[in-house]
Design a protein around this ligand. Structure first.
Ligand code: NAD
Length: 490
């Protein structure tokens, strides 16, 4: 049994109240680890450590090149430990080894990207009218609170931690209580590369206690959150006390628009990948497929036929193509949405059940599920299900496709499949979404900004934008004519 502890001021710690939480393998329901259940007091201690480290300038005033060298070492260690990290990610989250392997490789690449970026030129100078040289420089924000969800336990952590540290901040990080394993491994790597004490702190525990303290504390200067939209709204409110900077990466209900002229088999293939990768537990999942009227029936039939062939099983088995849902609680939420879909009168074309055959009864497996003939106001069309459940909508023309696509509170991602390049770009430009694709689904790059419109969030992670989130901009004006201004009479 693994014992997962918090990492505060360079030390591994139990919580003040000594409570523990079971960590469960979603493929078989077995408890494989116990994690410390942090308290508000623990969060305060971690925040204090981060504040002291920031004030000591032990990190923020290191030359960028030296900060970068730590981050490069972290990337190398992730690569060295890739096999174990991949296996652990699968054990904790349920995703397949193939999916987890991509996440681990991306995590190393993300550290390298920000290690490289931080040593590149920044700042600007301005030609102004007075005999003044005006310029801006970038500085770290201070103590950054980073809160992440369970769907990419390692990668979502790294998307925040790498730019925050690159910029010279100190951090108080909280992984999801459901998936603390690979984040803990990442902090072991920080210890191995001898990151200065107090620079990176990790608290474990529940959102309403530990997470809320991070969001509320007046000693935290910024909170960067990835998770559900309702939690994001709570974080916004909690952050008002000291007018913290906030960035929010929230939920989605993203449209995947298939025109009749698209390459049919390619569109079907990406539509399956768009929703069932990660068992649909991906914020940018293409959870609403919109198909042009003339190919609607053909598309629904072919999609259902292919979905039924997906091999669902434990993530650590080489022939599994889709793993379980992350927890029993989440599986029940997803199954309840399937029930709602049936009650709302949508036509179930594949899936719809928990899988209990072939020894899968102890895990949290749900069939790849699709509903056709849905109406725009159905809950299964409007709400984020965050599981292997897709709705397939019909549209008449370009105008209706755009209207239906934008007809939810979310605006995270979206895709268009067509061979008409001008049409593709016309439609994409009308989508109220931050991440879009043409004739593909899901590719994500460390170099390119990530984030949503509307209730899918505020701000952008990754790329240069992701570094901006963790930097203050300071204006500096230097008088080049040092003599009295003579504004007031003597
Ligand atoms: P969640 O909102 O329940 O939890 C996310 C994190 O917030 C966890 O660490 C949790 O402990 C913490 N938390 C919960 N309540 C809190 C509170 N009151 N105060 C402070 N922290 C609190 O989300 P989840 O179920 O872990 O993850 C799924 C959600 O994440 C989905 O909605 C998904 O779309 C979203 N997500 C978004 C992105 C993105 O980039 N936009 C990426 C991944 C996941």
């Amino acid at each position: 049994m693994l014992n997962l502890k918090m990492y505060i001021n360079g030390e591994w710690k139990d919580s003040h109240n000594k409570e523990k939480r079971n960590v469960v393998n979603p493929a078989n329901g077995e408890v494989f680890a116990q994690s410390v259940e942090g308290t508000v007091e623990d969060a305060k201690e971690a925040i204090e450590a981060a504040k002291a480290a920031f004030n000591s300038c032990v990190w923020s005033e290191l030359p960028a090149e030296e900060r970068a060298s730590y981050l490069f070492k972290v990337a190398d260690k992730i690569d060295e430990n890739a096999e174990e990290l991949t296996r652990f990610e699968t054990m904790d989250n349920g995703k397949t080894l193939r999916e987890a392997g991509f996440d681990v490789a991306d995590a190393a690449a993300c550290f390298r990207y920000y290690a490289g970026l931080i040593t590149k030129p920044d700042g600007q100078t301005y030609h102004v009218s007075d005999p003044v040289q005006a310029m801006v420089v970038r500085e770290p924000v201070g103590v950054c609170g980073l809160i992440v969800p369970w769907n990419y336990p390692l990668l979502m952590s790294v998307w925040k931690i790498a730019p925050a540290l690159a910029a010279g901040n100190t951090i108080v990080f909280k992984p999801s209580e459901v998936t603390p394993l690979t984040p803990t491994k990442l902090f072991e790597i920080f210890e191995e590369v001898e990151l200065p004490k107090g620079v990176a702190n990790m608290v474990l525990g529940a959102g309403p206690t530990v997470g809320n303290e991070i969001a509320e504390s007046h000693d935290v200067d910024l909170v960067s959150f990835t998770g559900g939209t309702q939690t994001g709204k709570h974080i916004m409110r909690a952050a008002t006390g000291n007018v913290k900077k906030i960035s929010l990466e929230l939920g989605g209900k993203s449209p995947n628009i298939i025109f009749a002229d698209a390459d049919f088999e390619t569109a079907v293939d990406y539509a399956l990948f768009g929703i069932y990768a990660g068992a649909g537990q991906v914020c940018s999942s293409g959870s609403r497929i919109l198909v042009e009227e003339s190919i609607y029936d053909q598309f629904v039939n072919r999609f259902a036929e292919r979905a039924k062939q997906i091999n669902v099983g434990p993530g650590n088995e080489s022939n599994s193509e889709m793993g379980p849902l992350v927890s029993q609680e989440h599986m029940e939420k997803v199954l309840n949405y399937i029930k709602i879909g049936k009650e709302e009168g949508a036509r179930l074309v594949c899936g719809g059940e928990r899988i209990t055959k072939d020894g899968l009864n102890k895990g949290y497996f749900v069939e790849p599920t699709a509903f056709a003939d849905v109406k725009p106001d159905m809950r299964i069309v409007q709400e984020e299900i965050f599981g292997p459940v897709v709705v397939i909508q019909k549209f008449k023309d370009e105008k209706e496709a755009i209207h239906l696509s934008n007809d939810t509170d979310y605006g995270l991602a979206g895709a268009v499949f067509t061979v008409d390049g001008a049409k593709a770009l016309r439609v994409i430009k009308k989508l109220r979404a931050g991440i879009t694709w043409i004739n593909t689904y899901h590719p994500t790059y460390n170099e390119a900004p990530w984030g949503g419109y509307k209730q899918s969030g505020i701000g952008r992670g990754l790329g240069t934008y992701g570094l901006d989130e963790f930097q203050e901009i300071k204006q500096i004006n230097i008088n080049l004519q040092v003599e009295p201004i003579g504004w007031f009479s003597k």
